[in-house]
Design a protein around this ligand. Structure first.
Ligand code: NDP
Ligand code: 8X3
Length: 253
């Protein structure tokens, strides 16, 4: 029987690649994001190419009521989630703290921290009831260190690291695994979002070196969710070979 995974932020990048790899590896999927057209297209593609069953839920993770309503629309069968991948997230803007845009800060805090908490609060009690489950939180190298002009984004990912530890401590007695996964630079829509659609700035981030690709992270997630019951991968830091720290990237001219 397939296991059920819920992936937040499945409309692009890491979430979409993870949906693809889990669909090929005996998972049924609940896929979420705001862009319903993309979810519909992904659902059709996965159901055509694999034997996976897919449910889609379009909502904004910052909206607590919308998140609760989307979750409550699931049948009991689909609410029995084995793997929750808290992936939806974003960086917006890059300014020093004294020049930061408060609306951008709120978008990051509301999505990366509060959104993660809203969905976890709904899914985790059912895992506790079933005494089983695995939660993977998408952190970042930005959750391990701060970098210039990364202030609030880095703080949200440090919060994800802290929450992962706290969640693991609270849930260990119920047999639930909690993991964090912290990538360095992955070429996705991330930089287009951070730089508000400025393609040349976004492309510049990945120029001159080979970054990680979404599939590299999806393969890591597949490894994490297919360990035996007695093994939990607590915390993964995965970097491109050319990246030593957040802002130490060896680039060819
Ligand atoms: P993408 O921009 O490609 O994907 C982000 C996903 O998050 C999209 O599916 C988007 O869906 C969803 N999302 C964003 N805001 C919301 C919201 N308010 N409500 C619901 N869904 C939302 O970026 P990545 O795939 O790179 O990012 C995935 C995660 O990985 C993020 O948490 C990011 O911080 C983290 N990460 C990324 C790295 C990178 O270099 N790319 C490195 C380290 C960590 P939609 O817009 O349809 O709502
Ligand atoms: C995304 C990677 O280095 O831009 O989390 O913060 S970085």
């Amino acid at each position: 029987m397939n296991r059920i995974a819920l992936i937040t932020g499945a409309t692009s990048g890491i979430g979409e690649a993870t949906a693809e790899i889990l669909a090929q590896n005996n998972f049924d999927l609940i896929l979420t994001g705001r862009r319903k057209d993309r979810l519909t297209e992904l659902q059709a593609r996965l159901q055509k190419d694999t034997s996976c069953e897919v449910v889609i839920l379009a909502f904004d993770v910052r909206d607590k009521a919308a998140t609760e309503s989307a979750f409550s629309s699931l049948s009991a069968k689909w609410k029995a989630i084995d793997v929750l991948i808290n992936n939806a997230g974003l960086a917006v803007g890059m300014e020093t703290i004294d020049e930061g845009v408060v609306d951008d800060w709120e978008r990051m805090i509301d999505t990366n921290i509060k959104g993660l908490l809203y969905i976890t609060r709904l899914v985790s009690p059912l895992m506790v009831q079933r005494k089983s489950g695995h939660i993977i939180n998408l952190s970042s190298i930005a959750g391990k260190e701060a970098y210039a002009m990364g202030n609030v984004y880095c703080a949200t990912k440090h919060a994800v690291q802290g929450l992962t530890q706290g969640m693991r401590i609270d849930l260990v007695k119920h047999g639930i695994k909690v993991s964090s996964l912290a990538p360095g630079a992955v070429e996705t829509e991330f930089s287009m979002v951070r730089f508000k659609g400025d393609k040349s700035k976004a492309d510049g981030v990945y120029k001159g070196f080979v970054p990680l690709y979404a599939n590299d992270i999806a393969e890591t997630i597949l490894f994490m969710v297919t360990r035996p019951a007695h093994v939990n991968i607590d915390d993964v830091l995965i970097m491109p070979t050319s990246q030593a720290f957040s802002r130490i990237i060896h680039k060819e001219e």
